[in-house]
Each structure stands twice: as C-alpha cells, then as structure tokens.
Design a protein around this ligand. Structure first.
Ligand code: FAD
Length: 321
C-alpha cells in the first residue's frame, strides 16, 4: 500500500481519509450583516447578534445563512462519496480516474467498526459483538480483494487498456478526493442528515469532522443549529393531540406558570424592577399565583431568566394545546 498522506491542517477520517477546510467566506458577522441589510455591520452588540442568529434559525429564515461559504478538501472511500454526492447543492470537483491512474489506497475497516446487520434497522448495524475471528476474516477479505483488484488494474494499465475502463475493476472501498464547496445553510442541512445516528458510520465520521470547522467559523450559527435543529423536536398532529388529551391540566398549568416566571425574570434581568412592579408584570403576563405565593417563589431564587421571545412562543404553544 502507498504511503498515507494526511495534510497537517486536516482532520483524519477513517484509516486514510481526511477533511480539511481550504477556504471560507464570512461567519456569524456575514449572517447578521445580511439580515440587517439596511443597518450594515457593527451597529449592534455581540449579544444581539447571537439573539438575531438564534431567531433566524428558529424561524427558518434561511437565506442569511447562505451568505457564509465553505470549501473543503476531502478524501473518502467511493462508497462514502456515493452517499455524499446526493447532496445536490454543493459544487464539487473530484479526482479523475479517467485522467490519472488510480492509487493503491483502500479503506480497510477497523475491528471496532465491524458489526452484524441490524435486525431492527434494515440500513444499520447491530450492537451485538462479532466474534474476533470473524472480524479478522472480514479484514483479511477487504485486504485481499483490494490488493488483487489493484494488481489486475495495474496489469490492464500496463497493457495499455484505457484507464476509464480499467478502473471499473476496482471496488468501492478505494479512496477518492474532492473539493466540496457549499454555503452554511446547505452545509448544516448535510450535517443534520449525516451526523445523525441513522446515517452510515463511515459518512458520519466526515460530517463530524466538518462540523468542527463550521463550529469555529460560525459559532453562534452552529450553536443555534444544535439547539433548534439537531436537539430540537417537532411534533406531528397525532403526537400533539396525544399531548393535549393525556397531559393532565395540572401539569400543563405548572409548566405554564414556570414559563411566566421565566418571562418576568428575563424582563427583570434587562431592567431591574422592585417587588411591586414585578408582581404587576407577572400578572400582566398571565400569572395566577397570589402576591404572597409569588414573592415566596421569587425569593427562593430558583427562577432563571431565559430568552423572552422564545419563552413567549413556548407559552403560545402551550396555550394552543
Ligand atoms: C439515513 C439516510 C438514508 C438514506 N437512504 C437512501 C436510500 O435508501 N436511497 C436513496 O436513493 N437515497 C437515500 N438517502 C439519500 C436522501 O434521500 C437524499 O437524497 C439525501 O439525503 C440528500 O438530501 P436532500 O435532497 O435534502 O439534499 P440536497 O440535495 O442537498 O438538497 C437540499 C434541499 O434542496 C432542495 N432541492 C435540491 N434539489 C432539488 C430538486 N431537484 N427539486 C426540489 N428540491 C430540491 C430540497 O429542499 C432539499 O432538501 C438517504 C439519506 C439518509 C440521510
């Protein structure tokens, strides 16, 4: 096998692959700048930038996220590229095995990544342990087939057979390389699908590596993506109806009260108010506790401020149940 070259600035993926960020344009600033197109850069505080980015992500105002661009250099097995290329919004330029000779660079899985076919998920792997000798056999077959097909490929090459035909003898665990350019919105869409536990392990490794770069270039956008897209949850109509029927009113009332306390705490956080004003604010937001109960809870110090806009939206959702 040839020497495995991983560039210094790359994140290694699988046994011989990598992802490296070649270039990028913009970051959180560019998202904010385009969203506030009439104000221009630098007119608002950093905390407000974060709030705006979170607002945009939450409400799926996606075009400002398209203002940020990434260009990655990636090396991955062809069967991974085969899945990756389905993400149609990227600009790709790939190593050509018609033009250049194939290289002796094949993906050989590690023992820890060899599993049985999942019994539950037709597209997944099982957690049950594969006996060590079977794992060794798998690795041996991968190595033998890779080496044998490569030897034949070389023989055909030396005999002058066209590379575009000879390459078809090579299996899909051979590594290929490409430049992959995309904007932040579509890169996050890719990450959402391919960092997910339902995605194949071998592509997940690449998505996780790309996420590291995205996090550095646009930290607020990435944080918002994790909160609202990856860790957020959407309910179907059927699920919502189960909630409204099965959640006891007492529980809903408690959550509702908590939200109102948090709204008041947030407003108090931005503009301090005395106890009398606070209670008034609490009632104005729909709070039902007596003044005595209110003061007791408030003074316990357990009320944490949040994002008033998000809390208000959450309150509306609860009310609609
Ligand atoms: C876990 C998993 C399993 C999968 N299994 C299979 C499988 O068994 N078989 C299979 O064939 N594929 C499979 N796929 C691929 C999947 O169906 C999508 O093709 C792939 O994830 C790309 O998604 P996308 O189209 O949203 O992304 P992109 O192509 O990046 O598109 C992004 C968005 O742009 C819009 N868009 C892009 N092009 C068009 C267009 N021409 N028309 C309308 N809207 C467009 C869509 O809104 C789309 O969501 C699987 C993917 C995953 C993550």
């Amino acid at each position: 096998m040839t020497e495995n070259m991983i560039p210094d600035d790359a994140i290694k993926c699988l046994d011989k692959g990598f992802v490296r960020l070649v270039d990028s344009m913009g970051g959180d600033d560019a998202i904010v700048q385009s969203a506030r197109v009439s104000y221009g850069k630098g007119t608002k505080k950093v905390t407000q930038d974060r709030g705006l980015i979170r607002y945009l992500m939450r409400h799926r105002h996606t075009t400002p996220f398209e203002m940020v661009e990434f260009k990655f250099h990636c090396k991955m097995p062809i069967f991974v590229a085969r899945q990756w290329v389905r993400h149609r919004t990227a600009n790709i330029n790939e190593y050509s095995m018609r033009y250049s000779e194939a290289r002796d660079d094949f993906y050989i899985p590690e023992k820890k990544d060899i599993h049985f076919q999942s019994k539950l998920n037709k597209q997944g792997r099982d957690i049950e342990d594969v006996p060590d000798e079977l794992k060794e056999k798998v690795i041996q077959y991968f190595e033998e087939m890779s080496q044998k097909s490569f030897n034949i490929y070389q023989e055909l090459n030396e005999a002058g057979i066209a590379r575009e035909l000879a390459r078809a003898i090579i299996p899909v665990n051979i590594y290929t390389e490409w430049y992959w350019k995309n904007d932040l919105h579509n890169t996050l869409h890719f990450l959402h699908l391919r960092m997910d536990s339902h995605a194949q392990y071998e592509i997940r490794v690449y998505a996780d590596a790309m996420a590291e770069y995205v996090k550095k270039i646009a930290p607020f956008a990435f944080e918002a993506f994790m909160d609202y897209v990856v860790n957020g949850m959407r309910f179907t109509g059927v699920e919502r109806s189960i909630f409204s029927k099965n959640l006891p009113k007492r529980i809903l009332d408690e959550i509702y009260e908590d939200v109102i306390y948090q709204i008041v705490a947030t407003m108090h956080h931005t503009k301090s108010r005395d106890q009398e004003e606070l209670y008034h604010l609490y009632q104005k937001n729909g709070g039902k506790d007596t003044q005595g109960d209110f003061e007791l809870k408030w003074d316990s110090g357990e009320v944490e401020p949040g994002n008033v806009r998000e809390l208000t939206e959450f309150k509306e959702k609860l009310e609609s149940l």
